[in-house]
Design a protein around this ligand. Sequence first.
Ligand code: ADP
Ligand code: NI
Length: 215
Amino acid sequence: MDSLINKTIAYVKQELEHAEGGHDWFHIERVWRNSKLINQIEKGDQLVIELGALLHDIADSKFHNGDEKIGPKKARAFLSGQECPTHIIDHVISIIENISFKGGKVQRTFSSKELDIVQDADRLDAIGAIGIARTFNFGGYKNHKIYDPEIPPNLKMTKEEYKKSQAPTINHFYEKLLLLKDRMNTAKGKELAQQRHQFMEDFLSQFYSEWKGIK
Ligand code: ADP
Ligand code: NI
């Protein structure tokens, strides 16, 4: 198992070498670490969880013209070349296919404890100080405005609108980040999300008071 994990790490590092800063190897490493932390309590299948965490963003559709098939396809091709049982491969691919937020409007087509755990770890990395850093990095990468008081958040976006949104980065807090604490799957995930959520609320209050020039 260790050598499969090590080979997967090497593959992921190589594939994500030039990735945007919020979706690079270090994002994967944090999700992997937090998945293992949550799994100490949840006791799911360790191999499925580790492979799911390591491969979940191997080819994010956001960076591949919206193609949602390329990630699962690449992960399956990689795992098929390793000594990995088919039922494990199938489960890992189902995690990759179902982990994404996509505006929160899409129903999962698959459920498992292992998906719950990796999804919580991915969501934890979308909130708190790291979540704020990743979000502004993504906004900068897309050349979005930081904030525009004339453009309100849109909570009614379809999945397609969400994926194409050019809105200011602050709007993403209302369209995704602040919604995540109530969508955590596991008890540990819920617990860890509380403090990170509060940190974002504090950040936004400070942001608006500085924007207005109020001391
Ligand atoms: P998932 O990877 O769960 O599908 P998203 O695609 O919504 O989630 O995005 C992952 C991360 O990328 C977000 O948590 C955020 O940091 C960043 N991101 C995605 N879309 C935007 C956006 N429109 N503005 C700013 N950051 C974004
Ligand atoms: Ni991710």
